[in-house]
Ligand binder design. Structure first.
Ligand SMILES: NC(=O)c1ccc[n+]([C@@H]2O[C@H](COP(=O)([O-])OP(=O)(O)OC[C@H]3O[C@@H](n4cnc5c(N)ncnc54)[C@H](OP(=O)(O)O)[C@@H]3O)[C@@H](O)[C@H]2O)c1
Length: 307
């Protein structure tokens, strides 16, 4: 896979997905709330940033449009983590607001510069769909009605500039990203390592996973593609939670003996439990028809690569 050669401004480059992208792409400028912390995180991952590290304060002050000088594309990943901590009212507000602030700040800088940025890849999530049982979910499927669906809908809407000729916008609906050093997988693997892992509830809900190298590959593909709008960013073969559990336990050479009832998860993590039980059987025809070839279409090979 040939990395995109243009200069990419990445907001949220210090996070799990961002560090993988910043390592892969050769010409990156980083937008961060804390330049010292960003420098130290990125150097910990051996990432050298060729186009500079720039401070921003989304929601507090506008972005100086000169940050976009020489930039060919923007990747927007910024937002308060959905998975860390209980969903208190305050936390839910900041999960939504941080994403809207970051996205609107970028759109407003794009609208105020003469410099033409070709594409904005602005993250969204499969949470857009809510929980849909066995239904196949294409990008045309209606949004769900729960908290995450509302966040994703507003987040995607915020990424649309007033006039379409400002920039091509893609909003990848990212699934559960599997990587060795962040995201959900280390948390999911932990109980198995202690021999107390198991499926969630009856395990019938569909999990739209994607291996981190494929997510980086798909973003790289989207930077040069001409498609726009939402794109399901998940592997072509989602599996049920029961199947995921079986394969994860197999990869770790551990048993999967202890199903976790929904009420226990609700006690532990509150409303976030709903997201862990959401069933999303995504269809990736749009990405495949656009020419993206998945390296890890099957969970078995994805887990094999990671463990
Ligand atoms: N990981 C997944 O499985 C997954 C699945 C679906 C969707 N997504 C979405 O993809 C995006 C990236 O995911 P990730 O796992 O890489 O997230 P992450 O590790 O939590 O990183 C997110 C980045 O956002 C920035 N950020 C945090 N709080 C912020 C705030 N209040 N205002 C502005 N920026 C803030 C931080 O960058 P600085 O500290 O440098 O500013 C941070 O590095 C997220 O928006 C996430 O919702 C992820």
């Amino acid at each position: 896979m040939t990395p995109y050669e243009g200069t990419v401004l990445i907001a949220g480059a210090t996070g799990f997905i961002g560090t993988h992208l910043a390592r892969f792409l050769p010409h990156v400028r980083v937008l961060t709330r804390d330049t010292n912390a960003a420098r130290s995180t990125l150097s910990k991952y051996g990432i050298s940033v060729s186009e500079g590290i720039v401070k921003w304060a989304p929601g507090k002050s506008p972005l100086d449009a000169s940050v976009l000088d020489g930039v060919d594309a923007i990747i927007n990943l910024a937002g308060v983590s959905v998975a860390d901590g209980r969903w208190t009212k305050r936390r839910k507000r900041s999960i939504l607001q941080s994403r809207l602030d970051a996205t609107k700040t970028l759109i407003s800088a794009l609208s105020s510069t003469q410099h033409r940025v070709q594409s904005l890849i602005s993250a969204s999530a499969v949470g857009y769909y809510g929980s849909c049982g066995n239904q196949f979910l294409t990008e045309d499927t209606e949004p769900g009605t729960d908290f995450l669906a509302d966040v994703c809908k507003k987040w995607e809407d915020a990424a649309q500039p007033d006039t379409a000729d400002i920039v091509r916008v893609v909003t990848p609906r990212i699934g559960i990203v599997l990587g060795p050093d962040g995201g959900a997988l280390p948390k999911m693997a932990f109980p198995f390592k202690l021999f107390v892992g198991g499926k969630l509830g009856n395990g019938k809900h569909w999990m739209p996973w994607i291996q981190i190298d494929d997510l980086v590959g798909l973003f790289n593909h989207l930077l040069t593609s001409s498609i726009s709008g939402p794109v399901n960013a998940t592997a072509p073969n989602p599996v049920t939670n029961a199947e995921f559990t079986r394969q994860l336990a197999g990869s770790l050479k551990r048993p999967a003996l202890f199903p976790v009832p929904r009420f226990v998860l609700r006690l532990l993590v509150g409303e976030f439990a709903n997201a862990l039980f959401a069933s999303q059987r995504t269809d990736v025809t749009k990405a495949v028809n656009d020419g993206y070839a998945f390296r890890f279409p099957e969970l078995k090979s994805a887990l094999h690569e990671l463990y």
